[in-house]
Design a protein around this ligand. Sequence first.
Ligand code: ATP
Ligand code: LTN
Length: 335
Amino acid sequence: MSDTSNKKIIFSGIQPTGIFTLGNYIGAISNWGRLQDEYSCIYSIVDMHAITVRQDPVKLRAHTLEAYALLLACGIDPEKSVAFIQSHVKTHAELNWVLSCSTQFGELSRMTQFKDKSQKHPDDINAGLFTYPVLMAADILAYNADLVPIGADQKQHLELARNVAQRFNGKYGEFFTVPEPYLPPVGARVMSLQDPVRKMSKSDTNPNAVIFILDEPDVIIRKFRKAVTDSSSEVRYADGKDGINNLMTVYSVVTGRSFGEIEAEFEGRGYGDFKTAVGEAVAEHLKPVRDNFKRLTADKAYLKECYTKGAEAAERISQKTVTKVYRKVGFVDKR
Ligand code: ATP
Ligand code: LTN
């Protein structure tokens, strides 16, 4: 990717907290791949965000390499996009500090992810968990990204990044691009298969609630067959039918069919048939990802070459931003 092209810039990140889920894939990563030709794309495995909750160091290292391979397996092409590991590029931490001085305690206190995660980990409500969205703002603003493809749960963090950019611009003069969120029209919030009012999440402790993108076809079909639905039997998108609405959303994304077409296809057939069809369609849809992942993990040297090159490119672009930011805030030039 050349940083002098006129294409708009995209940035997004994902935490190496486990195998990506169908929610991560539909809500975010499948879009990342689609956008590569039209935009200059920069994608990161955000290991620095992951340590805001306690991680086993050996597992974090393995998960980070696995997440990087998954990113490529999902269609991110390191020749077209910059794909790197966040901790390899020091500018993120540097910009994080400066931006934290343009972020208010009050706005961070309103973040629902902070409230949820502090409830989940009451024994480790660390400062990093609280300032997590500032680092996310630094990730995005370091590249002056125009667009940020994310799932619905990250909208509030993106709004904060926009506010921080505007506040910095207000204090020091127009500088940062104020980024826009990019949410998929369908599938921005894929729900848990066992509790369809909660979002599907990598770190869910009930494996039946989550489709992992490397799950084998029979496992995927079994999980969909066990999915929690309501007590009626009509495949129809309607208020209160959270389980069916979620399955229809997933089926619509993977088959390209509208809700109306899906309702017609399953008219007079029960939930059982529908759940099997969703499972089969998802298993088929994810097959190339599974195949690519097997191929990629067999070649560790190639992966290393990709993330090294990615970090170099990311550093080159973001260093320019940090140098200008340091000047803007009044730090003395190093040379
Ligand atoms: P964790 O459980 O560790 O918090 P997560 O599954 O929520 O992880 P993230 O790494 O926080 O995943 O998110 C990566 C991207 O996937 C983000 O853009 C996020 O908005 C999106 N995403 C996460 N869960 C879903 C979901 N259920 N539906 C749609 N998009 C999602
Ligand atoms: N907070 C995001 C991950 C993330 C991100 C970013 C997403 C970190 N930095 C920058 C978009 C842009 C999450 O998915 N939990």
